[in-house]
Design a protein around this ligand. Structure first.
Ligand SMILES: Nc1nc2c(ncn2[C@@H]2O[C@H](COP(=O)(O)OP(=O)(O)OP(=O)(O)O)[C@@H](O)[C@H]2O)c(=O)[nH]1
Ligand SMILES: [Mg+2]
Length: 312
C-alpha cells in the first residue's frame, strides 16, 4: 500500500488480534475472570449457576494488539430447552473463536460434566489455554485440577495451564501473556475506545438481572428475565444527561410476582436502587429506573422467547 491515508489505516506490523472463547462448567468464574482481565464490568456475576445466558464480548487493548474475550454460558448437560440453547451459544463461540480459554474451578473435584468439557476441547488443545480458578478458596486443590488436565487433555502443554484467582486478581498477567503469544497478527476488530460491544438496553437488562438474582432464592434466579421496554435520553438539570428506563422483571408464574415485589414493595425497591447505582457507575448518564414485574408464561419452554433472549 502506498500513500499516507492507506498506511494510516493499515494494521501496525506485528500487532496481534484474536477472539478468545471463555469456556467451562457453570459457576467456575468465567464472567468474573473476563471482568478482571478487561478491567471493567462487562458481564454479570452470580452465586447460582447459569448466570450468563449470552455470548458477551469484553475487549482488551494493549501495545501488543487486541484480544476479544467471548464470555459464554456455563456448560451444563441437561435435556431442558434452556440448557440446550445455552450449550449452543457456547459451541458457537468455540467454533467462531481463534483461541479458547478453558476455565476450571480448583475448589471442586472434576466430575462427569468437567470431563465433557475436556472432551469437547481435546481436538482444540493446540489453541487452548487453561485457567484453574478460585485458588484463593479454602479447600482449593489446584494440583487436582492440573492433574485432571494432564490426564484428560494431554495435548495441552503444562506451561499453558495457569492457577489464578479471578476474584483476587492473581495470576492473570502470565495467562494474558500466553494468550497474546498464541494470537495471530491482524487488524484490531474494534476501536481502541471500546471495552465491550453490548447495546445499552442489553447492559441495563443484565445489571437489573444481576441485582435481582443476588436477592432472590430458589428457582427465581433461573425463572426470570429482564425486559427493557423503553428508554429515553433526557436533558439533565446540570451537564449530566439523564437516561430514563422502563424495565420489567418477567417471571413465569403469577405466584412468583409477589416474591419479586416483596413485602410492601421492599424487594423491588432494593433491586431498583442497587441497579440504578451500578448503572450510574457504568454510564456517563444519570440513570432513572422505572422497574415493574410481570408474568411471561413459561418463557423457558417457548422457542420464540428463547430465540429472542438468547440468540442476540
Ligand atoms: N473464591 C472465589 N470465588 C470466585 C472466583 N471467581 C468467581 N468466584 C465466584 O464464583 C461465583 C460464580 O462466578 P461467575 O463469574 O458468575 O461464574 P461463571 O463461570 O461466569 O458462571 P455461569 O455464567 O453461571 O456459567 C460467584 O459467586 C463469584 O463471586 C475466585 O477466583 N475465587
Ligand atoms: Mg458467567
Amino acid at each position: 500500500m502506498t500513500g499516507s491515508e492507506d498506511s494510516a489505516s493499515a494494521p501496525a506490523p506485528g500487532k496481534k488480534a484474536a477472539f478468545v472463547a471463555v469456556v467451562g462448567r457453570p459457576s467456575v468464574g468465567k464472567s468474573t475472570l473476563v471482568n478482571q482481565i478487561c478491567g471493567q464490568k462487562v458481564a454479570i456475576v452470580g452465586a447460582s449457576p447459569q448466570t450468563t445466558r449470552n455470548a458477551i464480548r469484553g475487549i482488551v487493548n494493549r501495545d501488543e494488539g487486541q484480544l476479544v474475550f467471548v464470555d459464554t454460558p456455563g456448560r451444563h448437560n441437561s435435556e431442558k430447552k434452556l440448557n440446550k440453547k445455552l450449550l449452543e451459544v457456547s459451541n458457537r463461540a468455540v467454533d467462531e473463536s481463534d483461541l479458547v480459554l478453558y476455565v476450571l474451578d480448583a475448589s471442586r473435584s472434576p466430575g462427569s460434566e468437567e470431563l465433557a468439557v475436556a472432551e469437547l476441547l481435546a481436538p482444540l488443545a493446540p489453541r487452548t489455554v487453561a485457567a484453574v480458578n478460585k485458588t484463593d478458596e479454602r479447600g482449593a486443590d489446584c494440583g487436582r485440577s492440573l492433574e485432571f488436565l494432564r490426564r484428560e487433555l494431554p495435548a495441552l502443554a503444562a506451561d499453558r495451564c495457569f492457577p489464578v484467582s479471578a476474584k483476587k486478581n492473581e495470576g492473570l498477567e502470565p495467562l494474558l501473556s500466553c494468550l497474546y503469544s498464541l494470537a495471530g497478527e491482524g487488524e484490531a476488530f474494534y476501536g481502541a475506545e471500546y471495552y465491550t460491544d453490548q447495546e445499552v438496553d442489553f447492559r441495563v437488562a443484565e445489571i437489573i438481572r444481576e441485582q435481582a438474582i443476588k436477592r432472590l432464592r430458589q428457582e427465581l434466579p433461573h425463572a426470570l428475565y429482564v425486559d427493557v421496554a423503553d428508554t429515553e435520553l433526557r436533558a439533565g438539570d446540570g451537564e449530566t444527561p439523564r437516561l430514563w428506563v422502563r424495565a420489567f422483571i418477567v417471571v413465569e408464574r403469577e405466584s412468583q410476582k409477589g416474591m419479586v415485589v416483596g413485602k410492601g414493595g421492599e424487594m423491588i425497591k432494593a433491586i431498583r436502587l442497587a441497579a440504578q447505582k451500578d448503572l450510574n457507575r457504568i454510564f456517563d448518564w444519570k440513570v432513572e429506573l422505572d422497574l415493574r414485574v410481570k408474568t411471561g408464561r413459561d418463557w423457558r419452554h417457548s422457542d420464540a422467547a428463547l430465540r429472542r433472549l438468547i440468540e442476540r
